[in-house]
Design a protein around this ligand. Structure first.
Ligand SMILES: [Zn+2]
Length: 429
């Protein structure tokens, strides 16, 4: 995994670019999206029927044979106009969805409608890829021909697959995964614990508070107004469709802004710290019940928090996702602390545990050592200490870090054991 000489690692990097299909291509895409949906839904129904009738599983490859047969029928001639890679890759995606359902506890794959985000995937023939792909200059896709792409970055490798999608705001995107060499960051001795919260976006154990950007709140008011308007408008009317598109656009812009601001924050945190501790959030559980969160605040949560919460849920998982892959890229360690660890109720000075700490209590005094705590900073400090404890070898107390081998945890550069990492050796010597 590590190329030792230059401290470079091969990592899969995801790129997503806005693209602008012309009128003809847009028409074709409408057809491609529709055909992929048809293949997906038909395959899903076929699978379920087959299983009910014969108690046997069939997969996407089996169905692609059925498709070949379908294409011969007079009624399904239109399928011939669609590149087979689009249909076949769609079926592969369904196989993956079933795999996640059987092995990873994901939900049962659903039928697709034309009202959700549309996406198709093209395989790039690697033998002639130079004719169809030049980073920053050219992208040609089967059936569509050359596509106008806004290359905001120039990838350093050649993709095997390209996905083309359209979001609710009607915008088109191409995305691709590319294997690239990435330089690992020089090691540092700094560590940090992060408390994720609804009121403040992030509180660091260093005392730094990172709040949600204010312009997002302005959008929230705008969104509320639009949604009220939508509720008044007649179903199926043109005005309603217009409002719907505007809502979609607003959602898309808000999500972009949010991701962008989170990227800036997570990059800085990963840059400054060798080990980063966060709570292992059960995002699925959090979204399903509006009253329960990490600290189980229970019934006292106001209804008003509902919208804030749903936004926070998305942010939480996005923050952890970004930290996870950036730590992986740059040779940092991410430690996830058990979500039942009472980070808020412990005194970070003396370790005294409060029986109860209501959610609206932002500041409190420890009855044992009289230390005055900011609720979130104290929680972040506890998460930090708990993370270090998890990393320490059994029987020792100090912040001597080891490779705990857990999920998302990397061999530590500060540990004397990591002599296989050249940068760590320099740091030790
Ligand atoms: Zn105390």
């Amino acid at each position: 995994m590590f190329s030792l000489r230059y401290n470079l690692v091969m990592k899969s990097n995801s790129y997503k670019f806005r693209c602008y299909p012309n009128k003809t291509q847009q028409k074709q895409l409408l057809q491609y999206f529709g055909s992929k949906r048809f293949a997906w839904n038909a395959c899903l129904a076929w699978r379920s029927d087959w299983y009910k009738t014969f108690s046997e599983s069939v997969n996407g490859i089996d169905f692609s044979r059925e498709l070949t047969w379908l294409k011969k029928l007079e009624s399904h001639q239109w399928l011939k106009k669609v590149p087979s890679t689009v249909l076949v890759q769609g079926l592969f995606d369904q196989d993956k969805a079933f795999n996640r359902f059987f092995n990873e506890g994901a939900g049962y794959p659903k039928f697709k409608t034309r009202h959700q985000q549309q996406s198709i995937r093209f395989q790039l023939d690697q033998r002639v890829v130079m004719n169809n792909y030049r980073a920053g200059k050219l992208l040609k896709l089967t059936g569509l021909g050359e596509l106008k792409v806004r290359w905001s970055r120039i990838p350093n490798g050649i993709p095997k697959m390209v996905s083309l999608s359209q979001d609710a705001a009607g915008r088109y995107f191409v995305s691709m995964d590319i294997e690239e060499e990435i330089a690992v960051l020089p090691p540092t001795r700094q560590t940090v614990g992060i408390d994720l919260g609804i009121l403040k976006c992030m509180t660091l154990s260093s005392g730094l508070v990172i709040e949600n950007p204010r312009h997002l709140n302005k959008r929230k008011d705008q969104l509320k107004k639009l949604q009220q308007r939508l509720a008044r408008q007649k179903k199926g009317s043109n005005r309603r469709a217009k409002t719907k598109l505007r809502i979609g656009k607003l959602h898309a812009r808000t999500a972009d802004c949010r991701r962008e601001s989170l990227h800036q924050v997570t990059t800085r945190i990963v840059n400054d710290n060798q080990v980063i501790m966060v709570e292992n959030l059960n995002v699925k559980g959090m979204t399903s019940s509006s009253s329960g969160t990490i600290e189980k605040p229970g019934k006292r949560v106001k209804q008003k928090a509902g919208l804030n919460r749903s936004i926070a849920d998305v942010s939480f998982s996005e923050i952890v996702r970004q930290l996870e892959y950036k730590c992986d890229w740059f040779g940092r360690t991410l430690v996830k602390v058990d979500r039942f660890f009472p980070s808020s109720k412990l005194c970070s000075c003396c370790g005294h545990k409060m029986d109860e700490l209501r959610l609206d209590v932002r500041q409190w005094t420890c009855p044992k050592c009289k230390a005055v705590h900011d609720r979130d900073v104290n929680a972040a400090m506890n998460i930090h200490d708990e993370g270090l404890r998890l990393l320490a070898p059994v029987g020792t107390k100090g912040p001597q870090l080891r490779d705990s081998g857990g999920e998302g945890v990397h061999p530590m550069a500060v540990s004397p054991r990591s002599s296989d990492q050249p940068s760590a050796c320099q740091e030790q010597a």
